[in-house]
Design a protein around this ligand. Structure first.
Ligand SMILES: *Cc1c(COP(=O)(O)O)cnc(C)c1O
Length: 355
């Protein structure tokens, strides 16, 4: 069975390190665990590291977290669906929101059970995923401040997710200006300014995070020690804490060009090949059902991923110096999206490495 190795010790170290950095900069850290797809051991290592705020985008994971005994703050990162508001009120402290209708539902249900629903209003500063556009924010607030059982905690922004927009001083600064305007206009206080995700940690490192941003929601950096938006490994964190190994089930010399007329592959794509002559090739017992092949990084030099079908991964091992044979396992680092997919595959065995 292919295996995913999970280095909990390194993840816990990452969380502790990021907590220190945030504390030094007067920033509250929400540890985002969603990339681990609700894995309880990973969630436990977040708790053990001392986080007082954990975020996930799926209620199922949040409910599991509560059932594990976690009683501190939970932030729901994906905009709540109207059909799940019951559970949001029950299990979540703060929801990120961008729709008045959703706020109405939250307030109504919270009021029914004598609670307040915490919200952070997301502002779209250009990445074009979620958020109220800045020019529509006054109107938005005019509606939601009428709602009796909402607790408006502040403003948030998210970049680097859909549009690939990088966090900059300018787009991060924007929510500070908006906060000032809203506080004046509506005579209220917005204590939380949630400045972004892993990509925003770069601004802290450069000493450029605008003063006033006092909250970050970091996932990838903690789990993987990487910052894919900036295409980098974060040098003070442990990288690649999820690794995949799969067994060699065929090892042969084969031509690098297929023989016969070329139609489409198993996924409807027309494959293209370069003739490199006869190559030594291994087939591994893992495939697209288990992970994102494009996100596999071979641990050994001289291994090159050629492609995959649902259940077969093909690698070129001609340039590999090490001796290998059928039955051996080959290991890969996973990037964030390969990790995400691997953590949801029921076909992978999980192996945990703790202190
Ligand atoms: C996933 C997510 C995060 C965390 O992003 P990373 O890049 O993993 O740090 C933060 N905020 C929101 C709204 C998210 O959906």
């Amino acid at each position: 069975m292919p295996t995913i190795d999970i280095y909990l010790d390194q993840i816990e170290e990452n969380v502790k390190k990021m907590l220190q950095i945030c504390q030094k900069n007067d920033i509250k850290l929400t540890g985002v665990v969603k990339g681990a797809a609700g894995d309880q051991r990973v969630m436990q290592s977040f708790m053990d590291a001392g986080l007082t705020s954990i975020g996930d985008s799926r209620l199922k994971n949040i409910i599991a977290l509560r059932q594990m005994g976690y009683e501190k703050e939970v932030i729901l990162l994906r905009l709540p669906a109207l059909s799940e508001i019951d559970d949001v009120i029950k299990y979540v402290d703060i929801s990120l929101v961008s729709e008045v209708k959703t706020c109405r539902y939250l307030s109504d249900l919270a009021q029914k059970i004598g609670k307040k629903a915490g919200i952070i209003v997301m502002v779209d500063v250009g990445d074009l995923r979620e958020g109220v556009l800045p020019e529509e924010l006054i109107e938005f607030f005019a509606e939601i401040i009428k709602l009796p059982s909402l607790e408006i905690k502040g403003l948030g922004t998210n970049v680097g997710c859909y549009g690939g927009v990088l966090p900059t001083v300018k787009n991060t600064q924007k929510i500070i200006e908006l906060k000032d305007r809203l506080e004046n206009e509506f005579k209220l206080k917005l204590p939380m300014l949630s400045g972004g995700n892993t990509a925003t940690t770069k601004l802290i490192e450069q000493g450029k995070l605008p003063a006033g941003i006092n909250h970050l929601r970091v996932g990838e950096g903690l789990l993987q020690g990487t910052d894919i938006t900036h295409q980098r490994e974060i040098d003070y964190l442990n990288s690649y804490n999820f690794q995949l190994s799969a067994e060699i089930i065929e090892l042969k010399e084969k031509p690098s060009l297929p023989t016969g007329e070329i139609g489409c592959d198993a996924f409807g794509n027309q494959p293209e090949f370069i003739d490199k002559g006869i190559r030594r090739r291994a087939i591994l017992a893992v495939g697209r059902q288990d992970t994102e092949i494009e996100g596999l990084i071979p641990v050994l030099a001289g291994v090159q991923v050629l492609g995959a079908s649902s259940d077969h991964l093909l690698v070129d091992v001609t340039d590999l110096a090490e001796e290998i044979q059928v039955g051996d396992k080959m290991r890969f680092y996973l990037n964030y999206s390969a990790m995400l997919r691997a953590m949801t595959s029921p076909y992978l065995a999980k192996q945990y490495h703790a202190k």
